[in-house]
Write a new protein. Structure first.
Length: 470
């Protein structure tokens, strides 16, 4: 039986991002996936500015930028005629919310491409994915976890992470329940298609006609590809036909397109929008991440982004415990920090789906943070707008871009207008006289880009560093 530090069940965006983060920290991690290859569909296609920052740190930004593009403006059609434009998000609100980020709008990349990019990065770092390995159960004790598979030998690890989706076999094996509700009783078809006779400059929207009783159909050009993503909503109780002929019939019935205009159907699936949250994100040495922990409506593009950020939060903590001196109790803060975020994002996506919330400042995810976390400590007498627990803003300090200083699996001490105290070699220092987004003081930035500790002087910093294994 092979042994490893971490076994990650599931090679979706969550599992691959976690694998990349652990690999660059020198952690021996194995990603296992029950399918014979990576997921083939476009499903989660929107990458929010905060996730772009994460992907930059993980070393895949250039590939992500090359693989995708900006979101097009919506074009509303009726009876074969263009009747007006529709913007999917408020550009001014998004611009204001992204003022201290290098990324000022969501970026469209089909999920299959995001996964290929993360997979290539994982292999570049010397790690691998074991395909065709279906996890069916596990056992754990005080020393580690044994994962059992439908076929092949067991795997033994010090920790395991369930990143195997909304129907997570690992979560079920642990007996962890999910609490949720149906967001919309109407089933939805989603398909990747190639189309002739439809421009790629717009996200094409075909509102339902009352006399037909059908739902909305939207056809969006997938940036960086020759494909479109077709999404169609159906009346409650409909059995959705996901065959190629079924997709063609839907497109022809709800638009001016003929069935033969759909020249190829490359992938199709159906789902019913729902929201659900796992009752816990950890049991013993096993953690839940991504859809295994929280299931979202796709509206607003929050599911994949929240999932990748689960991995980003968990990765540095596992690395600190496995390769450094951090106490195992540090891992308790994963659920403490990520479960409230996931709960908030579930409410947000449900609101967007129901038309109660507009895509904008809330959906770019730059305002999310951990002020209430036990890892957030602010000792300053007079606090600025930036607090411990907040995302550390980008910007320049003494001519150095801060996100360049942050990049990598280390901590960073930002000293603005005060002398930086001596810190361990594992902590990088960025110092300068002035940085408007920070204000005066010392700011210890965690490996995942959030302020862990803030102070007017270095008093108390050593105690905090000791607590996190530095």
């Amino acid at each position: 039986m092979r042994t490893t530090d971490v076994v990650i069940v599931g090679a979706g965006p969550t599992g691959l991002a976690l694998g990349v983060d652990l690999a660059r920290r020198g952690v021996d991690a194995v990603v296992v996936e029950k399918a014979d290859g990576l997921f083939p569909g476009s499903r989660g296609k929107g990458i929010q500015p905060r996730t772009m920052e994460v992907l930059e740190d993980l070393g895949v930004l250039d590939a992500i930028l090359a693989a995708g593009g900006r979101y097009p403006v919506g074009m509303i059609w009726r009876d074969g005629e263009r009747v007006g434009e529709h913007r999917m998000f408020d550009p001014e609100e998004v611009k204001e919310a992204t003022g201290n980020s290098a990324f000022t709008e969501p970026w469209m990349v089909p999920q299959w491409r995001t996964q290929r990019i993360l997979f290539a990065r994982l292999e570049e770092l010397g790690a691998r994915v074991a395909f065709g390995r279906e996890a069916v159960g596990l056992d754990q004790n005080g020393d580690g976890v044994t994962v059992r598979f439908a076929d092949g030998p067991d795997l033994r690890a010090r920790y395991a992470v369930a990143a195997d989706g909304g129907r997570s076999a690992v979560r079920r094996a642990l007996g962890i329940a999910m609490t949720g509700e149906t967001v919309d009783p109407n089933p939805v078809l989603v398909s990747d298609v190639t189309i002739s006779g439809l421009d790629r400059d717009h996200w094409h929207l075909f509102p339902p006609r009352e006399e037909d009783g059908d739902g909305l159909m939207a056809i969006c050009p997938l940036a960086g590809t020759e494909e479109f993503q077709l999404v169609a909503r159906f009346p409650e109780g409909t059995v959705v036909d996901v065959s190629a002929d079924g997709v063609r019939k839907v497109a022809a019935a709800r638009s001016h397109l003929a069935p033969e205009d759909i020249t190829e159907v490359r992938w199709a699936s159906d789902f019913q929008p729902r929201m659900a949250l796992a009752d816990r994100f950890r049991q013993g040495r096993v953690f839940l991440a991504g859809d295994a922990a929280h299931v979202h409506s796709p509206a607003g593009g929050q599911g994949l982004n929240t999932s990748v950020q689960d991995a980003y939060n968990l990765g540095w903590k596992l690395g600190a415990v496995l390769t450094g001196n951090a106490p195992a109790a540090l891992l308790d803060t994963y659920e403490e920090e990520r479960r409230p975020i996931a709960a908030d994002m579930l409410g947000l996506t449900a609101g967007v789906h129901r038309g109660e919330v507009r895509r904008g400042a809330a959906t770019v995810q730059l305002g999310l943070g951990y002020r209430e976390s036990s890892l957030s400590q602010d000792t300053r007498a007079a606090r600025t707008a930036l607090r411990a627990g907040d995302r550390a803003p980008d910007g320049t300090l003494d001519g150095v871009r801060l996100f360049d200083a942050f990049r990598g699996p280390h901590w960073t001490l930002v000293a603005v207008g005060v002398a930086a105290p001596r810190v361990p070699d594992a902590v990088r220092v960025a110092a300068g006289a002035e940085q408007p987004s920070y204000g005066k003081g010392l700011f210890l930035v965690r490996p995942d880009g959030y302020v862990g500790w803030a102070g007017d002087t270095g008093d108390g910093l050593d105690g905090y560093l000791a607590r996190v294994g530095l």
